[in-house]
Design a protein around this ligand. Sequence first.
Ligand SMILES: NC(=O)c1ccc[n+]([C@@H]2O[C@H](COP(=O)([O-])OP(=O)(O)OC[C@H]3O[C@@H](n4cnc5c(N)ncnc54)[C@H](OP(=O)(O)O)[C@@H]3O)[C@@H](O)[C@H]2O)c1
Length: 262
Amino acid sequence: MSPSSRAADLFDLTGEVALVTGASSGLGRRFAEVLAAQGAKLVLCARSTGKLDTLKSEIEAGGGTAHCVALDVTDSTAIASAFDAAEAKYGTVTIVVNNAGIANPKRIVQMTEEDWRSVLSVNLDAVWYVAQEAARRLIAADKPGTIINTASILGFLVGFGMSAYAVAKAGVVQATRSLALELAHSNIRVNAIAPGYVLTEINRAFFDTDAGQEVIKGIPQRRIGKPADLDGTLLLLASAKASGFMTGSTIVIDGGHMLVGG
Ligand SMILES: NC(=O)c1ccc[n+]([C@@H]2O[C@H](COP(=O)([O-])OP(=O)(O)OC[C@H]3O[C@@H](n4cnc5c(N)ncnc54)[C@H](OP(=O)(O)O)[C@@H]3O)[C@@H](O)[C@H]2O)c1
């Protein structure tokens, strides 16, 4: 890019194929819309196929391109099938957004083994398996690519009832660094976004309570985030023209929450 190039060119994703997990809701839905608006062909993955169909229609109405794939990310066989479906439709997936996640807050003394495994399985294991699948296919196709993981400020902080979630998200931060190291020579970049609190279905019930409102008052910017607050960072990481020398980074977007602890 020359210094006089327009910013729009820097973030143009025409020709890219982007697979977003957890695209049926919240951040994933927004991520898919934003990538599609910059010209990427979207592969929308989640279990709620009705919601994916609605999103696909909205993307297409806006002039974008999208395909829906039913995917439970805890099923590694289904992950491979989702990439098969993506390739059959659009070719090699070049942008992966590892976004599917659950919270399931519980204190350790109340948690079952199943609670622990479900949070780790969706929030960490799946990130690793999806990245592995993407990387193998990019290398086989001899193409560059970018993997964007959704971490959290709870990858750095801790919170009551959030032990499994925090452990999983800390794992996502380290997986981002580890995979970035191993995949850099294959021209595959791996970075993460670590949001603070952003209002979505994962936390809406909590932030409707007095306790939730108190948490918002403790955020230095005195507000909860909205999914659009992540747009710029997503596009930065998605575009090799914008961030080609960035890999292994986790970018915090939290209204200053990390500055004052948990
Ligand atoms: N909102 C926040 O404040 C915040 C802060 C930091 C990090 N995050 C992270 O951001 C990501 C998105 O969360 P969100 O806030 O957008 O929550 P959300 O609105 O509840 O969306 C979660 C998404 O994950 C998908 N998902 C859950 N389990 C899945 C499974 N087994 N297989 C496939 N997809 C699955 C859901 O789709 P289906 O149910 O249709 O499968 C849904 O699309 C998560 O990784 C979350 O930890 C959120």
